[in-house]
Every structure is written in structure tokens, then in C-alpha cells.
Design a protein around this ligand. Structure first.
Ligand SMILES: Cc1cc2nc3c(=O)[nH]c(=O)nc-3n(C[C@H](O)[C@H](O)[C@H](O)COP(=O)(O)O)c2cc1C
Length: 205
């Protein structure tokens, strides 16, 4: 079993990274392997809309996303985090989500019918979402959480929880925010428990 964290901030020790790694630490505590991907250290371009993936579910762009596809294909769960940049995810996170388009296949005649790579897996892979913003009113997170959750649900992930942590500006400030840390750890614990439950239940059905 493995859980992969995807960090959409360029600040490798920033608030998003602090909360995503806290959730992963909790998962490790449950004896589950983890790995972290820092999108800010990679070169991942946006989707070009070439539709080269339409029949193959393989992206044609040769950049660092080719290192990420195998990781997310093998992961039983993802914890995906982004700071809020103007009410939305960072450009690195948006590029990552858009490049997950290759993991979705649409019917050629009726594009209202599609299937995501996650829908083909059993058990269905899980998703945890972590978002932060500077303003004290959590509503400023606005599209950040939805873009991650709705995008990856289209790829076939089942959302276990969404952390929305306001009032975080300085790099590392999240490590002093007991409430946000608790929420992140609780998300990690719920993902670990659900993974164990899936393992147990799959022996019965
Ligand atoms: C370009 C940019 C845009 C931002 N836009 C918002 C915003 O719309 N609302 C908000 O509350 N914070 C905003 N922030 C603040 C960040 O969300 C905040 O500092 C966050 O804690 C950074 O997370 P990180 O440490 O993981 O990078 C913005 C910061 C930057 C650099």
C-alpha cells in the first residue's frame, strides 16, 4: 500500500507542504508507505489539448509529468495540496490537474460519457485535499479545493476529506497552527483507516 502527496506550492517548506507532510506522517504511523512529489521542483507544462491521449490514455508531452504518472497509477491514495493564489490553485497545481486529462477516456460519440483510470481500479483510489489561504475568512479559498476535488473525482478518485486552512501567510506558519495540523493528521488517519478497511472488506466480497 502506498500514499503519494502532491504539493502544489513552490515553497518546499511552506504551509501546504507542512500540512500535506503531517497527513503523510500520520499515514506512515499506520505502517503505510508514503512518497512526496514537489511540483515546484519539476518542469510540468500545461495540457496542449492535442487529444493525443484520446485513444491511448497516455500523454504525448515528454516532461517531468512522465515521472509522476507511474507514481499516481500505483498509489492507493493521493493527498493533493495547494495554496490559494487569487481564489484558485497555483499554476503548477493547475498544470498537474490538466495533465491528468490523459487518465480520462471519453466516448467518441457522446462526450457526456467518460471513464477515469481510477474507476477501473479495485479498490477505487482515495483522495485527500489540503488547501491553505492567507485571509482569516475561509471562504477566500473559493475554487482552490473544488478544482482539486472535482478534477480528481473525474479521474476516478473517492474523496475522503478536504482540509481548508485559513489565516496562514508566512512560510512555516502552519507548523504553529494546532488546529490546522490536527485537521491534516485527522485526514491522514481517515485515509489510513479507509485503506485498511478496503483491504479487510475485499476479502469478503
Ligand atoms: C500570487 C499569490 C496569490 C495569492 N492569493 C491569495 C488569495 O487570493 N487569497 C488568500 O487568502 N491568500 C492568497 N495568497 C497567500 C497564500 O495563499 C498564502 O501565503 C499561503 O499560506 C501560501 O502557502 P505555501 O506556504 O504553501 O506556499 C496568495 C499568495 C500569492 C504568492
Amino acid at each position: 500500500m502506498k500514499v503519494v502527496g502532491i504539493i502544489g506550492s513552490k515553497r518546499a517548506t511552506g504551509n501546504t507542504a507542512t500540512l500535506v507532510t503531517s497527513a503523510l506522517d500520520e499515514i506512515k504511523r499506520h505502517g503505510i508507505e508514503t512518497e512526496v512529489v514537489y511540483l515546484g521542483e519539476m518542469s510540468i507544462s500545461g495540457c496542449t489539448g492535442c487529444e493525443g491521449c484520446a485513444k491511448t490514455m497516455e500523454c504525448t508531452i515528454d516532461d517531468d509529468m512522465q515521472k509522476v504518472y507511474p507514481l499516481i497509477r500505483e498509489a492507493d491514495a493521493l493527498i493533493v495540496g495547494s495554496p490559494t493564489y487569487f481564489y484558485d490553485v497555483t499554476s503548477d497545481m493547475k498544470a498537474f490537474i490538466d495533465r491528468c486529462y490523459s487518465l480520462v477516456m471519453f466516448d467518441a460519440g457522446d462526450r457526456s460519457c467518460w471513464v477515469g483510470a481510477g474507476n477501473l481500479r479495485s479498490p477505487q483510489p482515495l483522495l485527500g485535499v489540503v488547501t491553505v489561504c492567507e485571509q482569516s475568512d475561509v471562504s477566500n479559498i473559493r475554487f482552490t479545493a473544488d478544482v482539486i476535488q472535482l478534477g480528481l473525482e473525474s479521474v476516478g478518485y473517492r474523496t475522503i476529506g478536504v482540509v481548508k486552512a485559513p489565516n496562514l501567510f508566512r512560510q512555516g506558519e502552519a507548523s504553529e497552527d494546532g488546529g490546522a495540523l490536527d485537521e491534516a493528521r485527522r485526514l491522514g488517519a481517515r485515509i489510513a483507516t479507509t485503506l485498511r478497511l478496503q483491504e479487510q472488506a475485499s476479502l469478503l466480497v
